[in-house]
Unconditional design. Structure first.
Length: 225
């Protein structure tokens, strides 16, 4: 067995809060609670990374790059990217759901209102620690709401669709997407910092390890009961 078994994760597990199908507009309360909780964590992680002040996430780099070569604002660029990514869902046969809609709304609200209340460390050690915490929390949030199975956000739907198409690991697919997005955003003039690099290379392992740990822990508890 690999020393890092979470790197071999290839699918989203079905746990006690998972919906039976993505296109479910009357989910169980527990499913909706975990979905919202996961999205709040995702937004919080992104906000923590931004507040660290050493770079934004790859998709924000791309949005800023598009803004740099067009007359679009960052908000309009982000919306445009989401719509473009959803078009890629069609050949990948991904199904949108409540989670897809709430992803856009909740994460935007969290980023809008929580950043002013987050710490802005001044020393390099604490800056890097905060950036790493941001990536980890984003990964945990992503795992929780993906397991809810109420439809992934545009970018995570791209990840799961490509995983199903290629049968590669979630770690590999997510990492390749983030690195590719960073490169395109940078070529368009988007700002890249240490936090961007940390996010691009670590978000794949963060999501995969979170899925792996949640699956293992809850399966063990289920056997005990």
């Amino acid at each position: 067995m690999s020393k890092f078994p979470f790197l071999s994760v290839k699918s989203i597990p079905v746990l006690f809060w998972s919906s039976s199908r993505p296109l479910n507009f009357q989910p169980q309360p527990v499913t909706l609670i975990f979905l919202v909780f996961g999205l709040l964590l995702f937004g919080l992680g992104e906000a923590i990374l931004i507040a660290a002040g050493i770079g934004v996430s790859p998709w924000t780099v791309l949005a800023l790059g598009i803004s740099n070569v067009t007359t679009l604002s960052i908000g309009a660029s982000t919306f445009l990217i989401s719509v473009m990514v959803l078009f890629f869902w069609i050949p990948l046969k991904q199904i949108p759901g409540i989670g897809t809609i709430l992803n856009v709304i909740i994460i935007a609200i969290v980023l809008e209102y929580i950043i002013p209340y987050l710490p802005n460390p001044k020393t390099n050690f604490y800056i890097i620690i905060q950036a790493l915490i941001g990536v980890l929390i984003t990964g945990i949030g992503s795992a929780i709401y993906l397991i809810s199975n109420l439809g992934p956000g545009p970018r995570d739907g791209l990840m799961t669709g490509l995983q199903q198409l290629t049968n590669q690991t979630i770690f590999m697919i997510r990492s390749c997407i983030e690195i590719t997005v960073v490169m395109i955003g940078w070529l368009l003039g988007g700002p890249v910092g240490l936090g961007t690099i940390l996010f691009a290379f670590l978000i794949g392992p963060a999501v995969a390890s979170s899925i792996y740990i949640l699956d293992k822990i809850l399966k063990i508890e289920s056997k005990i009961r």
